[in-house]
Design a protein around this ligand. Structure first.
Ligand code: ZN
Length: 146
């Protein structure tokens, strides 16, 4: 099912800190499945749960169409590079707006995968950027704040 994308810089669900997921239930897995469908239907490369109206710490991403989609739960950034890169970003929740956003070039995050296992992911370039953009969503932060 394709879900409705929440839009607008003053939309309350996009402005609050999302709740941690306490257990990965069949409903969470279904939500993730629908988030991937919604991301793809909108030609997005990442989507966070608040963007479809759920205040939960979940995001999905596929920065490169040759990659498999990744779904991450309760993500935490544990390392960021000193090096920052500025690059133009858009957001499915803010149509027609782009902003140059400065972000860490490389990061390491820890999160749960859909099997409930804790995973550590090292990312750079566009993948690192998408992860930081989506984690911002989980904290109620939008590109216009940058
Ligand atoms: Zn966004």
């Amino acid at each position: 099912m394709i879900l409705n994308i929440q839009k607008g810089q003053d939309n309350p669900i996009l402005r609050q800190k999302a709740n941690k997921v306490s257990s990965i239930t069949p409903e969470i897995k279904e939500l993730v499945f629908n988030m991937v469908k919604t991301m793809d239907a909108n030609d997005g490369i990442g989507l966070a749960a608040p963007q479809i109206g759920k205040s939960l710490q979940i995001f999905v991403m596929r920065p490169d169409s040759s990659q498999e989609v990744m779904a991450l739960i309760n993500p935490e950034i544990i390392k960021t590079s000193f090096k920052k890169i500025s690059f133009e970003e858009g957001c499915l929740s803010l149509p027609n707006i782009t902003r140059k956003v400065k972000r860490a070039a490389k990061i390491v995050i820890r999160a749960l995968n859909l099997e409930g296992q804790s995973v550590e992911i090292q990312a750079k370039e566009l993948t690192a950027r998408v992860i930081q953009h989506e984690i911002d969503h989980l904290n109620g932060i939008l590109i216009i704040d940058k």
